[in-house]
Design a protein around this ligand. Structure first.
Ligand code: SF4
Length: 350
């Protein structure tokens, strides 16, 4: 008798995660309010997969990445890594997981210690996790890692300030790779770089994923950048996921009114696939006082009365296509519509 094919359990599972930061009115006053940076996010990620996480500045995507990496504490919810609940582990409890859960940051200038040489920066990661005890093995591994990220193996004794922005990001990637991570949380890793260098780093990350099977949570404000790497994309707004589906569906058949507005702002060279720009009124509201009901309702062109009072849950419209909206949500595009080509990364800003 044939057995049903087993579905692999996810490498990362996040359930109803909230991160609320207290804010004080004055130096000696008690907490007055909370920033709802992440407000009930659920998602999962399989080994070797890339999930793109996009949204405007201040939507909580970086805080979500940091909470998953356990650099900030969750207020509530659950984070499971390789099936284990890591939500409340302290520094020593996180040690066995830290090696497999690495992060690269937006600012390649600020994330490297300026007083350490490249060899010390990468070697430190090897030392912490006791991955190369002998000096010759350590030296060999540092050279391997530098070559793997496209740097000259002879640059080991140089300091971060002697490198360009793209090269510094490569050093950060080499440091993360040193410990054989299963998941790399990439927090806007290319947004501080020139466009030509951005493409090189994207290609490097894609090659490393093919070679090492690393899963990426790729955070960006740029949908076109995320498209190049991601199998699925999650769209965030004001601390919540609005839509989550295959990258192709998000980019070519978006269902949520917010995603549709973002996609309508992407540039296209093809006049036939040019869409009417959906202009959203107002600004993203303050996460200290998020709107009642649907957080998007003050700006949504399709808002109804119930949107002001009832918060829509993330529901599955089609297999693997999740959306947080009360409406039936027909796609404005045919799912079989041929993909359009974006000439340049499209920013979600402005
Ligand atoms: Fe717009 Fe209402 Fe849907 Fe929110 S729930 S996205 S306000 S239609």
């Amino acid at each position: 008798m044939k057995t049903a094919p087993s579905i692999p359990s996810p490498l990362l599972e996040v359930q109803d995660l909230k991160v609320h930061f207290p804010v004080r009115k004055g130096l000696f006053t008690k907490h007055q309010a909370y920033v709802h940076a992440v407000d009930g996010v659920s998602l999962s990620l399989q080994a070797g997969e890339t999930l793109g996480l996009v949204g405007e500045s201040g939507c909580g995507k970086s805080t979500l990445g940091r909470a998953i990496a356990r650099l900030v504490d969750a207020t509530s919810g659950v984070i499971r890594f390789s099936g284990d609940d890591i939500t409340s582990l302290g520094a020593s409890g996180m040690r066995p997981y830290r090696r497999h859960l690495q992060m690269i940051f937006q600012d390649p200038y600020g994330s490297l210690n300026p007083r350490m040489t490249v060899a010390q920066i990468i070697g430190e990661a090897l030392d912490i996790h006791r991955l190369a005890r002998q000096s010759a093995a350590r030296q060999r591994r540092i050279r391997e890692l530098l070559l793997a990220v496209g740097l000259d193996a002879d640059c080991q004794n140089r300091y971060p300030h002697e490198f360009s922005g793209g090269q510094r990001q490569r050093i950060g990637i080499a440091r993360a790779l040193a410990v054989h991570p299963k998941l790399l949380i990439c927090d806007e890793p290319i947004s501080a770089l020139d466009v030509s260098v951005q493409a090189q780093i994207i290609n490097l990350l894609a090659d490393l994923q093919t070679e090492h099977g690393i899963a990426y949570l790729f955070i960006a404000h740029d949908l076109a950048v995320v498209e190049h790497l991601s199998r699925r994309i999650a769209v965030m707004y004001l601390g919540r996921i609005m839509e989550l589906s295959d990258a192709r569906k998000i980019l070519h058949a978006p269902r949520h009114p917010y995603t549709q507005a973002l996609i309508s702002a992407l540039p296209t060279l093809d006049p036939a696939s040019r869409r009417q720009r959906i202009l959203l009124p107002g600004e993203i509201p303050s996460p200290i006082h998020p709107p009642t009901g649907c957080p998007f309702h003050p700006r949504c062109p399709r808002a109804e009365d119930r949107c002001r009072t009832e918060t829509p849950l993330l529901r599955e419209l089609d297999p693997n296509h999740w959306c947080a909206c009360h409406l039936p949500l027909e796609s404005s595009l045919r799912p079989d519509e041929p993909p359009q080509t974006n000439p340049a990364p499209g920013s979600l800003h402005g």
